[in-house]
Write a protein that binds this ligand. Structure first.
Ligand code: AMP
Ligand code: MG
Length: 343
């Protein structure tokens, strides 16, 4: 039985937080809201609790978890930090940035998939921070979806994936950002961007003089290639019908979509501005053309919705790679298994 409790995202209720933290302390699983997506949390220092996360999600055990801390300095207990970590922390924490650092022995190998590094994040969401504080330890938390389905950007997604698999779900409403955190692996003076998110490449460059974008952010992995982040090798967020991204001028893409509605059993993920020109049939509206944050916020709901439409194919615009667009591009290109059609 999974208990579902509602909580105000801005002022978490003390009693509920304490009950949730008791579950964490005794090795149980609690899904909770963050500003990015919902996390599926367990005690990050308890090897057995971490294993339960993999079981509940059906996640491969070599795909490491992110540990969540209440304050940036808490990283000292679990990782070997450096000056660049504190510069990034000053600029972006609490917030949607995950930093990969060499791990200390306090974090069991089951949390890091056997790696000698650990991913650390300090979320800004009040419910997440209060839960970590009340638990008195770091909380290991991947996204609270079943492995292979889109990350949950609202409680309904978690309820549909995790009911009867975990102890508690804290429903704090819709997540502000709706895409997972930016992940960087850092050395003393440089960073490699492993997963783009709301902390953009340009924002990172303001703090860190050298930022390399891992090629796996935009390109398919070569046959047999071992990625820097194990998660990159899994095809996440795959809808059941093939997703094809349309690359061309907005007007040409819209014309293609119109025609496709006449001749194919297709679902369309389109911009607000497209909707008036299209049949309101298997149509999913992502957000305004120029509002990439709004599009990012609705992407995972759109992918989940597209799965229910019983279409043979799903078409969507290929996002631009600028700003938070790079995060959208990365999620969509992977959901599409890198299938792009030039228009
Ligand atoms: P999720 O928690 O579901 O958002 O996924 C976490 C992502 O972080 C996965 O893609 C992991 O592969 C990546 N990750 C976590 N820890 C590490 C690490 N130590 N080194 C590289 N990537 C990591
Ligand atoms: Mg995930």
């Amino acid at each position: 039985m999974t208990e579902i409790i509602r909580m105000d995202a801005l002022s978490p209720d003390r009693e509920g937080i304490l009950r949730a933290s008791e579950i964490i302390k005794r090795g149980g699983l609690v899904a909770f809201p963050t500003e990015t997506v919902y996390g599926l949390g367990a005690d990050a220092t308890d090897a057995e609790a971490a294993k339960k996360i993999y079981a509940a999600k059906g996640r491969p055990s070599d795909n490491p978890l992110i540990i969540h801390i209440a304050d940036p300095e808490d990283a000292e207990k679990y990782a070997y930090t450096n000056e660049l970590y504190y510069k990034l922390a000053k600029a972006f924490m609490p917030g949607p940035l995950t930093v990969i650092l060499p791990k200390r022995d306090s974090i069991p190998a089951s949390v890091t998939g056997g790696l000698d590094s650990v991913a650390v994040r300090c979320p800004s969401h009040a419910v997440a921070r209060e839960l970590i504080r009340a638990s008195g330890r770091a909380i290991a938390a991947p996204s609270a979806n079943l492995s292979g389905s889109p990350s949950p950007s609202c409680a309904e997604h978690v309820i549909s994936d995790m009911t009867d698999r975990i102890d508690m779900i804290i429903d704090g409403g819709k997540c502000d950002i709706g895409l997972e955190s930016t992940i960087v692996k850092i050395s003393e003076d440089s960073a490699i961007l492993l997963r783009p998110g709301a902390v953009t490449y340009d924002a990172l460059l303001c703090v860190c003089p050298k930022v390399e974008i891992s090629h796996a952010v935009t390109d398919a992995l070569a046959e047999g290639e071992r990625p820097l982040s194990p998660g990159m090798k899994y095809r996440h967020y795959a809808p059941s019908a093939p997703l094809i991204l349309l690359d061309g001028k907005d007007g040409d893409v819209l014309a293609f979509m119109k025609k496709a509605q006449q001749s194919e059993n297709c679902a369309l993920i389109c911009y607000d501005e497209d909707a008036v020109s299209l049949d309101n049939k298997k149509l999913i509206i992502l957000g305004s053309k120029d509002d990439l944050s709004a599009q990012a916020n609705s992407l995972f709901s759109a992918l989940r919705q597209s799965d229910k439409l019983d279409a043979d194919v799903i078409y969507a615009h290929l996002p631009p790679k600028e700003g938070i667009g790079l995060a959208l591009y990365n999620r969509m290109i992977r959901a599409a298994a890198h299938t792009v059609k030039k228009i």
